[in-house]
Design a protein around this ligand. Structure first.
Ligand code: ASP
Ligand code: MG
Length: 416
């Protein structure tokens, strides 16, 4: 990504507002006031907007209706979907002007966003910031339509569902913003899913790597945007657009604002299924022979365990998204050359992970996690770890029990 340096500029802030924050004309007026307040602080403001409410879904429904359910042409689809964000960005610019603020809307193309040619899930290749900076230099608030860009072919592309977060972080990086602020209908990142324990606490900060592990937590942030933030070290602040409550800062620096705790949060994935391939001959190439056909079929595999054997055969167990259990077992049965005795499938599982960079290279956390689960009678099916995460696969009916016990054991309700 090219960045613009040299000339001395005012600090730039990028804000992004999600569809639920822009659902009606009244919502747009309210968000306009929030943007004005930020501008009044003397910073240059770039705003990225999603489409209003469910309008992207409505456009998809329309495309289905006119094609009689056939898959619509990818190029036309991207141009169609890009219109949702054009509606919200132009309305936002009008609202700001009506309040006496100078503002201009820019489509993704006008904002200089270049992508690859993958319709429906394009990646940003480059951002040419000349237009953005020239508008900011005129004192204007720049409203950019999220989720879209221009491919080399000259056609409009979209970045995939939820892609406006990625637009916002990418623009923040290209415009050398101080930070990217994502305003949404959740008010920040919590230690765990608040529906599982009333002791869940909003974090004032979290590291990028931890956030990527926690991303399944309903924080509704697009993981691609967090990866981008991590690579370019662009701080991302997540907060509610409906209140002035402080949100959560996702950043790559040291945790200085809060006294560091080893464990930051507990991530939960409730839709886990399991495949066990029994009686596999234990020799090189077996894991690849089982997993490659799944990769080719687009089934992603998560936790993998291979048991040692005494009789020269082994059991190979892995988890997949619960919806993919049948497909995974079919694909192996059909496409894998590996010989085995039988395939056993299981569902109704969940993944509970204790996450925190503070656990890195520090022994004892795994033991604490497992003894806590044992004390409340939670049986562990599989275990896997990374440097900053310890994961247990357990029965889905035990999730609440497990999360409450772990939240207490690691004292996550306390700030230090
Ligand atoms: N409007 C698009 C969607 O609904 C992009 C976004 O909201 O970020 O997926
Ligand atoms: Mg949306």
């Amino acid at each position: 990504m090219t960045t613009n340096s040299g000339t001395k500029r005012r600090p730039v802030i990028v804000q992004k507002y999600g569809g639920s924050s822009l659902a009606t004309a009244e919502h747009i007026q309210n968000v306009a006031k929030r943007i004005q307040a930020r501008k009044d602080e003397g910073v240059d403001v770039i705003v990225v907007v999603s489409a209003m409410g469910d309008s992207t879904d409505d456009l998809i429904d329309l495309s289905q209706a006119v094609t009689g359910g056939q898959i619509p042409d990818a190029r036309e689809m991207d141009t169609l979907l890009s219109t949702g964000e054009l509606v919200s960005s132009t309305l936002m610019a009008m609202a700001l002007k009506a309040h006496g603020y100078d503002a201009i809307s820019l489509s993704g193309i006008q904002a200089g966003i270049k992508t690859d040619m993958v319709h429906g899930s394009a990646r940003i290749a480059d951002i040419k910031t000349e237009r953005l900076h020239s508008e900011l230099d005129k004192g204007r608030i720049v409203i950019v339509a999220g989720f879209q860009g221009l491919a080399e072919s000259g056609d409009i592309t979209t970045l995939g569902r939820g892609g406006s977060d990625t637009t916002a972080v990418a623009l923040a990086i290209a415009a050398e913003a101080e930070r990217c602020e994502i305003y949404t209908d959740v008010d920040g990142i919590y230690t765990t899913d608040p529906r599982l324990t009333s002791k869940a606490r909003k974090l004032s900060e979290i590291g990028f790597q931890e956030m990527l592990e926690m991303a399944v937590l309903g924080a509704k942030m697009n993981p691609r945007s967090i990866e981008l933030g991590a690579v370019y070290n662009m701080p991302v602040y997540v907060a509610s657009s409906f209140s002035n409550e402080p949100g959560t800062l996702i950043h790559g620096g040291e945790h200085t604002m809060e006294v560091r705790k080893a464990v930051t949060g507990i991530a939960v994935d409730r839709n886990v299924g399991k495949i066990t391939v029994r009686g596999v001959i234990d020799r090189p190439g077996v894991a690849a022979g089982l997993l490659q056909p799944l990769a080719d079929a687009g089934v992603s595999v998560d936790v993998i365990v291979q048991n040692a054997s005494s009789d020269g055969t082994t059991d190979f167990t892995f988890t997949v998204d619960e919806v993919n259990v049948e497909k995974a077992s079919e694909v192996i049965g059909r496409d894998s050359k590996v010989e085995y005795a039988e395939i056993v499938t299981g569902s109704g599982l969940a993944k509970v992970s204790v996450v925190g960079t503070g656990m890195e290279n520090t022994p004892g956390y795994a033991a604490r996690m497992f003894s806590t689960l044992a004390e409340v009678g939670v049986n562990i099916d599989m275990i896997t770890t990374s440097e900053i995460r310890i994961t247990a696969i357990i029965g889905r009916d035990q999730v609440q029990n497990a999360v409450q016990a772990l939240h207490d054991a690691f004292e996550l309700e306390k700030t230090e």
